[in-house]
Design a binder for this molecule. Structure first.
Ligand code: FAD
Length: 356
């Protein structure tokens, strides 16, 4: 069986950033990724998806993302191109496509069961992101609705909804970006639980990252530093807001075969719903380790599972490092995690040698 000191599950931006530092530390590691090519979640983003931070602030360690031609905010394809060149530039050891089906404890190590065989590792890092686990809230009648329902994870372009009556549900950046381009071609209504919060025009995703860091430093009792899901006025969203297309209404009560029923009892016929309602950590393969909490997360202390000390987690958002689900945050998380994990590995090695 192929064996490595460290196996990283997932080959998106988080794994690449971590790979950069592990390679510099000359660690023995392998990255297993289910995709057929580089880019992780960005391979599945919709056609017009824009980064909400400029290129210079969306970089992995070692090499800045090249400036983009698109009004400062890189497109999905810019990011894909950058990640593709990044992993080639640093010759990262990535195996694709390999789907990790489960991770098991065997003697003093962990074994990864995959669709291409088993791998052994002394440490496993889960870096599988959230994109492959879209979340849609439980709404009464959702299963009887006969129209189209997609999650933002499956959304491609507004052309699919031209001329239709569409509800775009969700008040985050996905909802705003999708509503901005569906509204001009469809009868679209934006449904959010509260009035969406827009960042001022002169700030962008960098602020969200700074807020995430400030929150972590302040701790749970600290003074609030603003939301980290606030909407960035990337150019298409700014234009839609100026057109008056980004006005939202409060959620409907339930769905019927042909539409929705609002809180005041009125009915509305619709053709489609686009759920922009977020994601959950894609960690089902950890089931056999019995580390998953009811909310789908793993209890961690400094990226390390409290219940399984050979397991580390990265890239899922603030619970695995401030802003670690963003390019900017992944770089910082990777640096600190690589240091922690290689120190730990060295310690385990020293102990093993002493006992020989
Ligand atoms: P991913 O990119 O999801 O990579 C995980 C990889 O693991 C994938 O390749 C997946 O196939 C693989 N995988 C999953 N399960 C398994 C398994 N069992 N076995 C093997 N492989 C597996 N971030 C920014 O920095 N800036 C932005 O402006 C920005 N804008 C965004 C806008 C929107 C609308 C959204 C939704 C997200 C945005 N993000 C942005 C966040 C970013 O897209 C993701 O958070 C990021 O891709 C996470 O990187 P990752 O490496 O942790 O996970």
């Amino acid at each position: 069986m192929e064996s490595h000191d460290i196996v990283i599950v997932g080959g998106g931006q988080m794994a690449l950033a971590l790979g950069y530092y592990l390679r510099r530390a000359k660690a023995d590691f392998l990255i297993l990724d289910a995709e057929h090519g580089p880019g992780g979640a960005w391979r599945h983003g919709w056609d017009s998806l824009r980064l909400f931070s400029p290129a210079g602030y969306s970089s992995l360690p070692g090499w800045l993302m090249p400036p983009t031609q698109h009004e400062g905010y890189p497109t999905r394809d810019d990011v894909l191109d950058y990640l593709t060149r990044y992993e080639a530039r640093y010759e990262l050891p990535i195996r694709r496509p390999v789907q990790v089906q489960s991770v098991e404890r065997v003697d003093d190590h962990l074994e990864l069961v995959t669709d291409t065989g088993r791998f052994a590792a002394r440490a496993v890092v889960g870096a599988t992101g959230t994109w492959s686990k879209p979340h849609i809230p439980d709404i009464v009648g959702r299963n009887v609705f006969k129209g189209t329902q997609i999650h933002s994870a499956q959304y491609v372009s507004p052309d699919d909804f031209a001329g239709q009556t569409v509800l775009v549900v969700g008040g985050g950046n996905s909802g705003a970006q999708i509503m901005a381009e569906v509204a001009p071609v469809a009868r679209a209504l934006w449904v959010t639980t509260q009035d969406p919060l827009f960042l001022p025009e002169d700030v962008d995703g960098r602020v969200l990252f700074e807020r995430a860091v400030a929150r972590m430093k302040a701790g749970p009792q600290g003074t609030p530093v603003g939301g980290i899901g606030d909407i960035v006025l990337v150019p298409p969203v700014k234009a839609a807001r100026e057109r008056g297309d980004l006005v939202s209404v409060r959620p409907f009560d339930r769905m019927t075969g042909t539409g929705v029923i609002w809180a005041d009892g009125s009915e509305m016929a619709i053709d489609a719903v686009i759920w922009c309602t977020g994601f959950r950590p894609a960690l089902d393969y950890l089931g056999p380790l019995d580390v998953l909490e009811p909310d789908g997360r793993v209890l961690v202390q400094a990226w390390r599972s409290i219940k399984e000390q050979k397991l580390w987690l990265a890239g899922f958002g603030d619970w695995t490092g401030p802003g670690s689900a963003t390019l900017m945050g992944a770089a910082r998380t990777a640096r600190d995690l690589a240091l922690a994990i290689t120190k730990r590995e060295q310690h385990v090695l020293n102990q093993a040698m002493r006992s020989c």
